[in-house]
Design a protein around this ligand. Structure first.
Ligand SMILES: Cc1ncc(COP(=O)(O)O)c(C=O)c1O
Length: 376
């Protein structure tokens, strides 16, 4: 029996398999009725008017920056402590990622440093709800409004989190989610953008499917016949199949129970590691209820991260680092970002380690992680 406990893992049950099989037995396997149902269900869950699903969270980010109108040479402000995709999606459009350090002792962008980073070229602020801890979105929206900027919240880690009682997804101009297997719900690969803005919604939909429309009311030229369709902007094929959307719909029904289990595991970890002088538990926010995508502990000075990873591995416990600051990737190093500009991201990177956190973890597995980590 494989007793290895990974840092994260999907939970698939018979109902999920049945939902996918039903689509495979049907006529429509590409984007169709299931996609529409999944979008409606997601919109209901996160409290927005519109959701557009994509074939990855990365495509969702790309589409959101496109819908904003990001162009060559314009800047997207984000956090260096994120998956590279948050910044890469700006590069796809010729944009320039601008990193603002994380706040001391926190995982998320330092809002007090945001305004100083805004220039005449800034177009988007893209804060990240790192590990599922929501950013203080009201403060960010206020700064964005003062400077006429759009906020694309990267909530790839935060489906089901809430901010001052409101669901994450309902509070920024656009919010993106990811349905990669380690996330809260999965479609294998997949993502979504949530928005309340109808104009952005239409652009997102067009971008997802080659920039082509068949809707009579939207046509620019006179229809040559019933076959008529028009490509009006340069889009991509970023569609999510109905096979995947059926899985997403089935998974979404379990989101609350998944979140509850994640919360319970986090509470046990916090209790066990809080008093440990060698460890720092994740920060608390007074305004948000996190979705606990990851449980990131920070190791005290006495612990060497490489040794810790090996020691946990020997005990059958997986761990991972989320994330090396984006500017440390060779591709970004060639763009002259200076690590010295980001002392708190650097400190975070020295200390941070994600330990197992996924809904299917048994109590015995949680206890065994607690024992191994406490013994470090
Ligand atoms: C913070 C963040 N943003 C964006 C993405 C991209 O999502 P995807 O893997 O679905 O393309 C991820 C995925 O890991 C992520 O963690």
């Amino acid at each position: 029996m494989n007793t290895f406990i990974p840092y994260g893992r999907q939970s698939i049950d018979e109902a999920d398999i049945e939902a996918v099989s039903a689509v495979l037995r049907s006529d429509m396997i590409t984007t169709g009725p299931c996609a529409e149902q999944f979008e409606k269900a997601l919109a209901g869950r996160v409290g927005v008017r519109y959701v557009v699903v994509f074939n990855s969270g990365t495509a969702a980010l790309h589409a959101a920056y496109f819908a904003d109108g990001l162009k060559q040479g314009e800047e997207v402000i984000t956090s260096p402590i994120t998956f590279a995709a948050t910044a890469n999606a700006a590069l796809y459009l010729g944009g320039i990622p601008v990193f603002v350090d994380i706040a001391p002792g926190q995982f998320n962008i330092d809002i007090s440093k945001l305004e100083a980073a805004i220039t005449s070229k800034t177009e988007v602020i893209a804060p990240v709800d790192m590990a599922g801890i929501p950013v203080d979105i009201d403060s960010i929206m206020k700064i964005a409004a003062d400077h006429n900027l759009i906020v694309v919240e990267d909530a790839a880690h935060a489906l089901g989190a809430s901010y001052r009682g409101r669901p994450v997804g309902s509070t920024a101009h656009m919010t993106i989610f990811s349905f990669h297997p380690v996330k809260h719900i999965t479609t294998g690969e997949g993502g979504a953008v949530a928005t309340n803005d109808e104009v952005l919604f239409e652009k997102l939909r067009m971008f997802r499917s080659h920039g082509i429309t068949r809707e009579p009311a939207r046509l620019k030229n006179q229809a040559a016949g019933p076959w008529h369709q028009e490509m009006q902007l340069l889009g991509y094929n970023f569609r999510l199949t109905d096979i995947q959307c059926a899985l997403g719909l089935s998974q979404l029904k379990k989101l609350d129970s998944f979140l509850a289990r994640r919360r319970a595991i986090a509470a046990k970890y916090n209790c066990a590691f809080g008093p440990n002088k060698n460890l720092i538990i994740p920060p608390d926010t007074e305004y948000g209820d996190p979705a606990w995508h990851l449980y990131v502990i920070r190791l005290g000075e006495s612990l060497n991260k490489t040794e810790v990873v090996h020691r946990l591995q020997e005990k059958g416990i997986g761990s991972q680092v989320h994330y090396m600051p984006v500017y440390r990737h060779p591709y970004y190093q060639s763009m002259y970002y200076n690590p010295e500009d980001y002392p708190y991201a650097e400190a975070y990177y020295r200390q941070a380690l994600s330990i197992p956190m996924f809904p299917a973890m048994t109590d015995a597995e949680v206890d065994s992680v607690i024992r191994a980590v406490s013994a470090l």
